[in-house]
Write a protein that binds this ligand. Sequence first.
Ligand code: MSP
Length: 503
Amino acid sequence: MKFYVTTPIYYVNDRPHIGHVYTTTIADIAARFHRLCGDDVFFLTGTDEHAAKVVDSAAEHGVTPQQWADENAKAFQDTFAKLGISNDDFIRTSQERHKVKAQQYVGELLKTGDVYLGDYEGWYDAGQEEYLPENKAKEYEFKSPFNGKPLVRKKEKNYFFRLSRYGDSLLKLLEERPEFVHPDVRRNEVRNRIREGLNDVPISRTGGSDWGIRIPGDSEHTIYVWIDALFNYLSTVDTDERRKFWPADVHLIAKDILWFHAVIWPAMLIALKRELPRQVYAHSFWISEGQKMSKSLGNFIDIEKIDQYVSNFGLDALRYFLARYGPLGINDSDFAEARFNDVYNAELADKLGNLVNRTLTMIQRYRNGVAPQASDEGLRTDAETMVAAYRERMNRLDFVGALDALWGFVVRSNQYVEESAPWKLAKDPAKARQLDGVLYNLAESVRLISVLVTPFMPTTSGAIRTQLGVGDKRGLFAEETNWGRLAAGTKIGQVAPLFPKRT
Ligand code: MSP
């Protein structure tokens, strides 16, 4: 099976922060899970570069927009590389391969009459590069809901996309394929807004700047940055080798950009007669230390802050925290230092780290570092129940649920150590076989856990496997999750704490 997952392409004018890192990490987890299952995965992220702000910032810095974009795109690329993100490509909308395709798509829409030239006047949010509908502009007292700056009244000749044609098709789509927009609350929001009626949307701008992709056959208008950006999902895979990946299996985004992804994008794809993505998954937001992140409040989790967490706790601890406590559902999540510290100690050091460490230490002490023979089914049923729940939840991108199931099993295994008290069995030679069984079951559960943490904590997974002596190489999910795969006689490696406790 193929699996194509995308993140939003990030504004190149921003510096990477926890929000960008979050969506990209979540996509990375999905990609790694599907690779583990043997799927043919394509994972795309990138930068959105044609915003007007780029021209202004470049001018302020005395460089060309392209130079400015190059420099800032690199910051995103470096950040993602440093965070071990396994994207298969990084699309930049200023790349020729994208520009050619975006023009081609607009050309097709001009031919079908889905794009036409008309007049537009409305309230424009310059920071967001978008027009607000009259009622919204009023509701926000003619100020940007994002940065509070006054909206500007703007009038221009514009190319429009005939969105008004597609209301019924979109409602039908949401009816027939409810999973198209996830979570449900977001689907309902979208449906209600479509029912209020759809206006045609302006998809071009003028402004004298060359920065942007030209509307084909027009020397003044460039394609509005949002339309240009949405095309990235298609343009990147619209080649002979990659066409097999379309449609995208999931577009991961946050709720701020739902309308573009759940309404405008599918309408354009219907107009282009292309298959629709299977899902748009709109998560909520990270806030920080209980409040909306803001530079002036000093609670902004920028890339320097992220680096600090990585050097204090390790990259995998950050990935774990993001995945387990992140805003995948409908509620916002709080990124707080004290909480991070507690989670690290309680869940990584005391639960997972402890299980691995005590299991391997006991095998060293009681069995000379060699995994013994199994003698009973010990933890098997617990493991099988957990694996089934994990798989089903991972397939639905319910990472919180999958980690709940997995950590439930870690807790269960620790409990099993207490119940079976290997230190007592070790004192009685008549119980040698029983002790073998207990140690085997624990080692097998550690092996299984090493496989299932792979998408979330790839480095930790490797470290556990090296300590256990099974090597970093993994088979596919289906075979690796068979209970009893660990060979008796496996010589364990050097044992070291995975998550040293923090104070
Ligand atoms: N360039 C557009 C997207 C075009 S996609 C065709 C854009 N860029 S952005 O840089 O503003 O990124 C927005 C995305 O960043 C959100 O949808 C989300 O994925 C992520 N996040 C930004 N802030 C966030 C939080 N505070 N919390 C979680 N994710 C957030 O919009």
